[in-house]
Design a protein around this ligand. Structure first.
Ligand code: SAH
Ligand code: MG
Length: 206
């Protein structure tokens, strides 16, 4: 279970994870954590990392969370999801890593959450460890999101859980890439488990 203080940290910190979707993510993490370690693409400031890190802790496993911490296209200056707080004044580049570290420290989850700092396809090309849970919430451009699925889903164990964020069936509600990834997963035989807001979860067939 998420403790009250973990939940308070998750709710307070910067990020893109509504409370109800965060709780559903935590539940999905608990299911996948029974199968193997958890892996997240898109750490940002650690908000989803608290929900998933608590699930990893409860399953006596770990969460690996991958991000280059330089922001997605939609996080850069001039775009909708830009936040000037996360710009390094020395270089003018985004750097969310200090926020991420503070979030995980505040939540008391440093023993369960392992940050991998780098570009998702680059890390994925060298990755060897099978995982029980995969959360795709990195770059949301179509080729980026689909590449994350192609690279990482093969590391998901049979019976493992796949979660995809920002799935919008209606283009009026948001970008289509994550929803296309969800459709692709269904085509590949993944079984839908649930939908909470824009969060969709599926089970990889065993
Ligand atoms: N899960 C977060 C939100 C993630 S935002 C939350 O709960 O708030 C998307 C993140 O994906 C950004 O931090 C961005 O830096 C990261 N990202 C985008 N493309 C990436 C890539 N190719 N490799 C690694 N990280 C990437
Ligand atoms: Mg998201």
């Amino acid at each position: 279970m998420l403790t009250d203080s973990e939940l308070a940290v998750a709710k307070r910190v910067k990020g893109f994870m509504p409370d109800d979707e965060g709780l559903a993510l935590h539940e999905a993490g608990l299911l996948g954590g029974l199968v193997g370690p958890l892996l997240e693409i898109g750490s940002y400031c650690g908000k989803s990392g608290v929900y998933l890190g608590a699930a990893a802790r409860d399953c006596s496993t770990v969460l690996f969370t991958i991000d280059h911490h330089r922001g997605s296209e939609e996080n850069q200056a001039g775009w909708e999801h830009h936040d000037t707080d996360v710009v390094d004044p020395l270089t003018g580049r985004m750097d969310t890593l200090p926020y991420f570290r503070r979030t995980i420290e505040s939540a008391g989850l440093e023993a369960s959450v392992i940050a991998v700092i780098g570009d998702s396809p680059t890390v994925g090309a060298a990755w060897q460890t099978p995982v029980g849970f995969l959360f795709i919430d990195g770059g949301h451009a179509e080729e980026v999101a689909m590449a994350d699925y192609e690279i990482w889903a093969k590391h998901l164990l049979p019976g493992g859980v796949l979660a995809i964020h920002d799935c919008f069936e209606d283009p009026a509600d948001g970008g289509q890439a994550p929803f296309l990834v969800w459709q692709r997963a269904v085509k590949d035989g993944y079984v839908p488990l649930g939908t909470t807001g824009s969060l969709r979860t599926l089970r990889k067939p065993s």
